[in-house]
Design a protein around this ligand. Structure first.
Ligand SMILES: [Zn+2]
Length: 417
């Protein structure tokens, strides 16, 4: 509209148009810059990582996630049956299977698919103990699974080397949420006892999305396996995870390593507790998922002996992917806002449409065209995540703003001429 009125005045009044051009240029540039700012995430290193006690999801990031989702789904896209599975409106596979597809998972997995499979898993890392633990596992020829707390990994980029070593060695990397907030009915979180409210569908998704971005920064992949903080869950959180392609994982062999404090915190006690838990689980299950913490020295120091014991028990050590027969990671470049199974919905930002096939993506042309205008911001977030340790994100942002400005000036000038 601005451009066409400027064109009219150009023809009718000749030389007096220059101020209009400049005004139009500035206006378009401002609009584009504001639109870009409104839909982009804060760079990862601006999240509340370092300040003590600041482990809750940063509100500005949640706000921006909402803005991004609204830009993509449309503000009114909350109606079941509109073909859009809209997390902002709380839609899940349970509340709206028409839009979100049928639920696949009714409760978290507690064991493997095949008899005698044994998945050793570690929660709460990474920690300074992780690297040696990976080496111990590698020396024993055992593949395990690590569930990272996003916030913890983000605070300690110096530990990503250990996470990458685990990933490169064939261990699976899963998420333990961003802030270790319960997915159960209390929604509890250690750092703030006042929180006593279950997370909404959107909060569950935001927790996992933020953690994903950190894990992706460390290993280049976004995880699908989720270990439940405190092993707590409720139907709504499982439906939310299922809807967005996550796989909730519980356990049936608990080492209870975290209960050991002070002088009682000895590796041999962990081995004893682990052995006892395994003997119990074996009474009713034929395959196993165990729990330890790679943040506890008495637990990681017990690993060689735990493996030695299990090797006498006719079990096969497997990472979670083999335990469940499921892919631990999303497709590379898949849209961070969507479940890979929503192939109807194209990846925004052009260029990276890996999860869609051409037949499916042509089904929803409206979404495609409306989302492509805001797509650039998602693409620009990825380098920011991968560059968490450097100051590169700021330079990328500045360069992007300069390009926006130049494009705006060019477009307005061309239209006006
Ligand atoms: Zn935990």
């Amino acid at each position: 509209m601005v451009a066409s009125s400027s064109r009219q005045s150009d023809r009718s009044s000749g030389g007096a148009v220059r101020p209009n051009w400049i005004g139009a240029c500035v206006l378009v540039a401002v609009i584009l810059t504001v639109a870009r700012t409104a839909t982009a995430f804060a760079p990862l290193d601006k999240w509340c990582f370092v300040p003590t006690g600041c482990s809750l999801p940063p509100r500005d990031l949640v706000n921006k996630t909402e803005t991004q989702q609204a830009a993509m789904f449309g503000k009114d896209a909350g109606k079941c049956g509109d073909g859009i599975c809209n997390v902002v409106a709380g839609e899940t596979c349970h509340s709206c299977s028409d839009d979100c597809g049928k639920c696949n998972i009714t409760q978290p997995f507690t064991k493997c698919k095949n008899p005698n499979h044994f998945a050793i898993t570690f929660d709460d890392g990474p920690s300074p103990l992780t690297e040696n633990l990976v080496k111990t596992l590698n020396a024993a020829g055992v593949k395990a699974t690590f569930f990272l707390i996003g916030n913890n990994a983000a605070k300690h980029p110096e530990l990503w080397k250990a996470v990458k070593l685990a990933y490169d060695s064939g261990h699976d990397i899963g998420t333990h949420t961003y802030s270790h907030r319960s997915l159960g009915s209390t929604g509890r979180i250690d750092i703030n006892p006042a929180v006593k409210k279950a997370m909404t569908v959107e909060e569950v998704r935001t927790e996992l999305l933020m953690s994903d971005l950190v894990v992706e920064a460390a290993i280049g992949r976004r995880p699908r396996f989720v270990r439940l903080p405190y092993l707590e869950w409720q139907p709504l959180s499982v439906q939310a995870m299922d809807t967005y392609g996550y796989i909730p994982i519980n356990i049936n062999v608990d080492s209870n390593d975290w209960r050991l404090q002070g002088p009682a915190a000895k590796p041999e006690t962990v081995v004893a507790q682990f052995t006892k838990a395994f003997e119990e689980a074996r009474k009713w299950d034929k395959s196993f998922i165990s729990l330890q913490h790679d943040t506890l020295a008495h637990s990681t120091a017990a690993e060689a002996d735990i493996i030695k014991f299990l090797k006498t028990q006719n079990v096969e050590f497997v990472p979670m992917r083999t335990c469940l027969g499921l892919d631990p990671y999303r497709a590379p470049n898949a849209n961070p806002f969507l479940n890979d199974r929503f192939t109807k919905l194209p990846i925004i930002g052009g260029g990276n449409s890996t999860s869609t096939n051409s037949t499916d993506s042509s089904v929803v042309p409206d979404v495609s065209s409306s989302s492509s205008s805001s797509g650039g911001s998602v693409q620009s977030d990825k380098p920011a995540g991968q560059n968490l340790q450097s100051s590169a994100p700021a330079r990328v942002t500045l360069r992007a703003d300069a390009v926006t400005l130049l494009v705006a000036v060019f477009v307005v000038a061309m239209v006006a001429l």
